[in-house]
Design a protein around this ligand. Structure first.
Ligand SMILES: [Zn+2]
Length: 503
């Protein structure tokens, strides 16, 4: 099946055909580094990291760019408030952002261009716009004239005259010819620090935010490229303006497909700014603090288990549900390691490598059903990167493997063909998960602080529970299980006895 992607520009799912066969260029609007990132800033990178992994798996050579906006009004205000310089604050926050992305498994970005290092390209694009009559300079500022771009509004379906009608922006026109015009270059003000004043043909100043993205994306990916992504909140005006600038400067289409991801909804109990808890709650949502409080893979799982165009609800309940979900896989991987003697994280050959004629019907059945699920996984991903559907298939596969292990009882009954099949099935599951950026590394197992005796005490309690059950003293056996559960020691009964684990 061919890959289909929902294009915001056309409002339709389109069959994906790259501009240059075999190659894909992707640009994702990155962070403005003026405040510590929160979970919402990780959504785009996590989604596009999965998209890049999947496109690479399909055989494309993908170049993925995420910009860093390090020249911007909010950044100047924040640096002034903190008594630091713009470049110092920007580098510090960029470094933290990069570290957080790495922890979250976002490791496939090819370029992270900084706006401050692309001033000549930005100036060239502004000059092209002025030469073609699409932009005008007034007292050191340069504005894009929306009325001279007949296509303006095609992404957001808004007409220029509707853009700011009745709004504050509509009234504050200043030097602009039309209320919808926006700055591509801003004249420096005397009170502004020297390190954000760049020389230009219009005097000292700095670029507008929108032109930074048009200039950097075209420099790294060409005048027309395949996919431009960003949060839904960027569709207007940011992306609309990027299209206007780029297409008016080159006379060519800017990019083929626009992908917009849903936004994060934080369940902060409608906390108001005056609430004494406000700062504490907001700080707990910062990415660096979330990553201290939760395993990074849990946060990634929470994001990819929704379809990218849906909103992402973030709350304690959602985190708990994601934790329950992902531990299904961790428990299976542990079980596979225990029963097959091989670490599934290092296995490479999946069930597709097994012989076509397995002698045992149970082996043939699990292999066929996993091969079938694998196809459903790929179909889900081909359908506009439906990661939610793909994760549903991963749960199905985990269920199939658990059922196979229940029947094979490898703990007590050595069976080499079944062992190899279980190992290959685990490898298939991990390989598919990795296309979403999951299961990249083995997770550290929670353990008891143990001097060698604690584990033995748990075994003793399991023994006592078994004796209670044999004597039909179920109240006692349940009491032992439930109370161990409340301190994070979970008992699991199976045909081959009771196992325990720490959660
Ligand atoms: Zn952008």
């Amino acid at each position: 099946m061919s890959l289909r992607i929902y294009n915001t520009l056309t409002g339709e799912k389109e069959i994906f055909e790259p501009i240059v066969p075999g190659k894909v260029g992707i640009y994702l609007c990155g962070p403005t580094v003026y405040k510590p990132a929160h979970l919402g800033h990780a959504v785009g990178p996590i989604i596009f990291d999965a998209i890049k992994r999947y496109l690479t798996f399909k055989g494309y050579r993908v170049t993925w760019v995420v910009n860093v906006t390090d020249v911007e009004d909010k950044l100047m205000a924040e640096a002034a408030r903190l008594g630091t310089s713009v470049p110092k604050l920007a580098r510090e926050l960029e470094q933290k952002y990069v570290e957080s992305m790495h922890a979250l498994g976002v490791r496939t970005i090819d370029h992270m261009p900084r706006a401050s290092e692309h001033i000549p390209e930005i100036i060239t694009q502004i000059q092209q716009l002025i030469a073609k009559g699409h932009a005008y300079a007034v007292e050191g500022d340069v504005y894009f004239d929306v009325t001279r771009d007949s296509d303006y509004g095609k992404l957001s379906n808004r007409k220029p005259e509707e853009q700011f009608a009745g709004t504050r922006e509509g009234l504050v026109q200043g030097n602009k010819r039309n209320p919808g015009d926006f700055a591509v270059w801003k004249a420096a003000k005397p009170e502004e620090p020297d390190d954000v004043k760049y020389d230009s043909p219009w005097g000292k100043g700095r670029p507008g935010w929108h032109i930074e993205c048009s200039a950097m994306s075209m420099k790294l990916l060409g005048e027309t490229f395949d996919i431009h992504g960003g949060g839904l909140d960027l569709k207007f005006p940011h992306h609309e303006n990027e299209i206007g600038q780029a297409e008016c400067a080159t006379g060519k289409p800017f990019c083929k497909i626009w992908m917009h991801h849903g936004l994060t909804r934080f369940n902060t109990k409608k906390i108001s700014k005056s609430d004494p808890e406000f700062e504490k709650v907001m700080s707990s949502l910062q990415l660096s603090n979330l990553l201290k409080a939760h395993p990074p893979e849990l946060l990634r799982f929470l994001i990819v288990q929704s379809h990218y165009r849906s909103p992402i609800d973030f709350s304690d309940d959602a985190l708990q549900a994601a934790k329950t979900g992902i531990s299904t896989f961790y428990r299976l991987f542990e079980r596979l390691e225990r029963t097959t003697g091989a670490d599934p994280y290092t296995a490479t050959d999946g069930v597709e490598k097994l012989s076509d004629q397995p002698t045992n019907p149970a082996i043939a059945a699990v292999r066929d059903s996993i091969l079938n699920s694998r196809l459903r996984f790929l179909e889900a991903m081909d359908d506009d990167f439906n990661t939610a559907g793909a994760i549903g298939v991963l749960f199905d596969i985990a269920g199939q493997i658990n059922k196979f292990l229940d029947a094979a009882r490898l703990e007590t009954k050595p069976d080499e063909p079944a062992r190899i099949t279980a190992q290959a099935a685990g490898a298939s599951l991990i390989t598919l998960g990795r296309l979403l950026g999951l299961f990249l590394e083995k997770q550290a197992k929670p353990a008891l602080a143990d001097d060698g005796r604690t584990g033995k005490l748990v075994e003793l309690l399991i023994d006592v529970r078994k004796m209670a059950r044999t004597a039909k003293q179920f109240a006692i056996s349940d009491h032992i299980r439930d109370n161990l559960g409340t301190i994070g020691i979970v008992l699991e009964d199976s045909q081959d006895g009771t196992r325990w684990r720490v959660e």
